[in-house]
Design a protein around this ligand. Sequence first.
Ligand SMILES: Cc1cc2nc3c(=O)[nH]c(=O)nc-3n(C[C@H](O)[C@H](O)[C@H](O)COP(=O)(O)OP(=O)(O)OC[C@H]3O[C@@H](n4cnc5c(N)ncnc54)[C@H](O)[C@@H]3O)c2cc1C
Length: 583
Amino acid sequence: MPYAAPLDDIRFLLNRIAPVARLTGLPRYAHVDAGDAERVIEEAARIASDVIAPLNAPGDRAGARLENGVVVTPAGYPAAYRKLAADGWCGLSLPTEHGGQGMPQLVQTVFSELVSGASLAFGMSLISSVGGAKVIGAHATPAQAALFLPQLAAGTGTATIVMTEPHAGSDIGLARTRAVAKGDGTWAISGTKIFISYGDHDLCDQILHIVLARTPDAPPGIKGLSLFLVPKRLPDANGAPGVANRVRAARVEDKMGINGSPTCEMLFEEATGWLLGREGDGIRNMFTMVNSMRLDVGAQSAGVAGAALAKAQAYVQERRQGGRGADGGPAPLIAHADVRRQLMQMRAWTEGYRALLYTAALEEDLANAGPEAERGAARDLVEWLLPLVKAGGSDAAFRVANQAIQLHGGHGYVFEHGVEQLARDVRIAAIYEGANAIQAIDLVTRKLAQESGRRARVFAARIRSSLAAVRGRRETAEIAAALEAALTPFERATQYMLAHAASRDGLAGASSYLELAAVIAVGWMWLEMAAKADPAAPAEAAKPALARFFAEDALPACDLLARRAMSGAAAIDSLGDAALCAS
Ligand SMILES: Cc1cc2nc3c(=O)[nH]c(=O)nc-3n(C[C@H](O)[C@H](O)[C@H](O)COP(=O)(O)OP(=O)(O)OC[C@H]3O[C@@H](n4cnc5c(N)ncnc54)[C@H](O)[C@@H]3O)c2cc1C
């Protein structure tokens, strides 16, 4: 079944839930109108189905490989990338003064979702460059920005995020890659980095590596890390990519999914780099990129969940097994109660997370470019939502893809329908850009604990204001009642986490607390969608029924999740390491 973008749902969300029109009136986006945004998204949907989706299954089979020291991507990748670059897609949200189109993050997020739904592996080639551009824009000198940003906007260069080392994954403070000043304003970078997405490739000539490295005499841990820009090709006298720098791919990983995306071990052998920002600020500056990538992982998850849902919806109508259909033959799968239950769950989570993703992207735009008085609250909300979108979204996408396999039965386990690829591909979303457990720790120890819980209060206040707006309305009665009831255990768990954030009890409950907050956030989205859907519009008419289902099927779990979040560490620490690992 070919990929088709969920355009009706996207239009509904951009009109009513995360209105793009709230942005087009802002000075930063004076050059964009809502019609432009809609045209961009329609064209992106066409490219996703016609240009990118056909690469997905063959790219999975062929994989990326290292040939004579050069990384070769699957057949069709270079041509498709160059077409997208020539048509301006690489610069969609990059600043206009550097050759980009200056579109809002919200539009970029929809684009990232669509390309990921068509092919997660190929889409990654476009996505990390956007985060790289943000780091360069925020922390490079104006001259460096003027040199490198136009390459990213034109797609003649891509950017990588280069953090992980063999012994330094989640604990990035262990990184050993060294940076030594050469005395001419540049640095010599040496070390081995692993798992670098698109660390090398044949899509275009230039790659801008954004590398975390340790300067001489720097303190141990994350405070000793600085950020460097290390181009694959050094700029020549005119600033164009010139001779090769001393950086190369030593290996491309064989892996479970996203096989078309080269995951590279990279050797930096006294490669020339430029410091981005100040020495010792590496982690803080890298977070400009990591935060952008977390939103993108949410977009990847929404894209894959949408693709899996669409495949399942088509299959359950066509496959006949069991029962009795209208023509006396076996009934289509969709007639069976358990099949319908799973489809309802898949839709409720997919559309609920898509709404949450767009809400987070809109708040990001408002935090950066909204009216001055609204920026603080928008910043609080988006910082709160990011770990939920990344971790909750990636977990939900894997569940949805897994259910799509289940609904296809054995036909989902074999390659024919491509649903198994969706599950394999999206599995990485829970691991990279900070594994989901690390997102939960970030939520509890930073997003919640800093400012004495202010971000959680902003979140709860927004939900309460949505509840107040629908009071007395019949079509939202069930979702409003269930959400209101779920806020009680959420607020209790929030108080517990605030009191225990710094202790092992808090860490023991962090993942359950994140899951709880994510269910509440998606419940909020269903309240909003049920309240704002037009019953006469075919694409929106189902929203109140799906909201009722979410109220019944998902929100009651909040009691259990809160109890789990507050259960402390005593039970998990009740066995010694040896006893826990004994068979
Ligand atoms: C396909 C792919 C692409 C990638 N792309 C990039 C890239 O482009 N750039 C880049 O720099 N890296 C990239 N990575 C690396 C990725 O970000 C890391 O794999 C990830 O951060 C986890 O690190 P790790 O694999 O060393 O796992 P570990 O850190 O060893 O963690 C293993 C498990 O332990 C848990 N854990 C670890 N510490 C804690 C803790 N303190 N509390 C609770 N649980 C904990 C983790 O949640 C995880 O479940 C990629 C990885 C893959 C597989």
